[in-house]
Write a protein that binds this ligand. Structure first.
Ligand SMILES: [Zn+2]
Length: 208
């Protein structure tokens, strides 16, 4: 676990995607969890950390490299697991993934029962405060129910974009479910003027 900025840590245990931890007064919030095969390491890392128990896990979206270890963390800690409403329905299988590529990805990487957390839905049409000062903001494009998290000027952006040379760029087009929404989401994150951007993949960075 590495402190990136006051009270925000990157979790080294997670595999396949970046996972972060916010220490916010009496709440500890994990943002994304990596793939299922990293679950043991992630849970061990959280148990070894000298922090109050994890109270919340916010999943930016339903992809297995972000959701994968959430069920294990929930079993270990009893945390509330948050996920955007539309993505929660895709994760549960109630709604089909939005594009052909995503339907194919789903076919080859369907989560096992044990890897499905019990999810509390975030509203996809409004900001929502999951803990004091920790706000989820609908950020569709990569997936329909994607959210970013804002806390004290830090933006946790999941797969809404990557940070490159002081600006935000898109993930590969085949992974975007709606380009118009994805464009609007990147513009909205830039307009937030975050003091630090923490993406789901690649390095953290500041915007010019
Ligand atoms: Zn993703």
């Amino acid at each position: 676990m590495r402190e990136l900025i006051d009270s925000v840590h990157r979790l080294d245990g997670a595999r396949g995607a970046n996972a972060y931890l916010i220490e916010a007064d009496d709440r500890s919030i994990v943002i994304d969890t990596g793939v299922p095969s990293g679950a043991k390491r992630l849970v061990a890392e959280l148990e070894a950390a000298r922090i109050p128990a994890i109270t919340d896990v916010v999943l930016t979206h339903y992809d297995p490299d972000h959701v994968g270890a959430a069920a294990a963390v929930q079993r270990a800690t009893g945390a509330t697991v948050w996920l955007g409403a539309m993505d929660a329905r895709i994760l549960s299988g109630e709604v089909a993934p939005p594009t052909r590529t995503r339907r194919m990805m789903r076919r080859f990487n369907r989560p096992g029962r044990a890897d499905l957390p019990e999810v509390t839905e975030l509203p996809d049409d409004a900001e929502f405060e999951v803990a004091p000062g920790v706000v989820t903001i609908p950020a569709p494009g990569h997936t329909p129910g994607h959210h970013v998290v804002r806390w004290r000027g830090v933006a946790f952006i999941g797969d809404a974009g990557l940070v490159s040379k002081g600006r935000l760029i898109h993930l590969p087009a085949m992974l975007i479910s709606d380009k118009g929404q994805a464009d609007a989401t990147l513009a909205a994150i830039t307009a937030m003027r975050p003091r630090l951007v923490l993406p789901g993949h690649g390095r953290a960075g500041r915007l010019d």
